[in-house]
Design a protein around this ligand. Structure first.
Ligand SMILES: Cc1cc2nc3c(=O)[nH]c(=O)nc-3n(C[C@H](O)[C@H](O)[C@H](O)COP(=O)(O)O)c2cc1C
Ligand SMILES: Cc1ncc(COP(=O)(O)O)c(C=O)c1O
Length: 203
């Protein structure tokens, strides 16, 4: 049997591979929705940096707006849209922090300038002027010199643990194809593969 028919991760990876071949920029770009303490939605783009049977990983500043919202209310939604393929995927679920080892490994893979930038940017807080940011970058560049740059404690990753994954394909006259996978409650615990129930939805 085609593994992508029953396993949403296999299907997601197949779609992502097609997107990587056809999107001119950032096929891994995804809109991340969180919510404020008052229950108001808040959304911004991030880059997907990991996927495995546990979930979908992105990295950010934990003291950013999204970071604060996720630490207070650890639930999120992701929405991918690949214009060249006319496809979209929606993911919803709880979030957890990635391990320090996982975050260290990803941080170490980033360009040196991006690692310095993570130290210099007080992400989401008011910036008095571009000069203040450039000064912070210069100071951290001096501070680290040619030595290793450790990952800031305030910079790490989140993993969205999906309870629902929807695959959407454009069809003529807006009669789109929608298939949603619901994780069967209790399945997938302790490293076991999750079981999924699939249903089609009206467009
Ligand atoms: C295509 C794209 C990808 C982005 N990827 C990330 C990312 O992976 N992590 C991140 O912290 N910000 C990323 N950003 C910047 C965020 O969209 C956002 O401006 C920033 O994280 C602050 O969001 P917040 O104030 O809601 O926390 C990206 C922006 C774009 C347009
Ligand atoms: C502020 C910020 N942090 C992190 C990222 C994630 O990407 P990378 O780790 O490749 O820099 C991005 C991507 O645009 C970004 O804008």
């Amino acid at each position: 049997m085609d593994s992508t028919a029953a396993d949403p991760f296999a299907r997601f990876e197949a779609w992502m591979a097609e997107a990587a071949a056809s999107e001119p920029n950032d096929p891994n770009a995804v809109c991340l929705a969180t919510s404020t303490p008052e229950g108001r939605p808040s959304a911004r783009m991030v880059l997907l940096k990991g996927i495995d049977p546990r979930g979908f990983v992105f990295y950010t500043n934990l003291e950013s707006r999204k970071g604060g919202e996720l630490l207070a209310n650890p639930f999120a939604a992701l929405c991918f849209h690949w214009k060249s393929l006319q496809r979209s995927v929606r993911v919803e679920g709880a979030v957890e922090r990635v391990s320090d080892a996982e975050a260290d490994a990803y941080y170490a893979s980033r360009a040196r300038g991006s690692r310095i930038g993570a130290w210099a940017s007080r992400q989401s807080r008011p910036l008095e002027g571009r000069f203040a940011l450039e000064k912070a970058v210069a100071e951290y560049t001096m501070k680290f010199g040619i030595s290793e740059i450790p990952r800031p404690e305030f910079w790490s990753g989140f993993r969205v643990l999906p309870e629902r994954i929807e695959f959407w394909r454009d069809m003529p006259f807006r009669l789109h194809d929608r298939q949603v996978f619901h994780r069967v409650a209790g399945s997938g615990a302790a490293g076991a593969s999750a079981a999924w129930r699939v249903e089609a939805l009206y467009p």
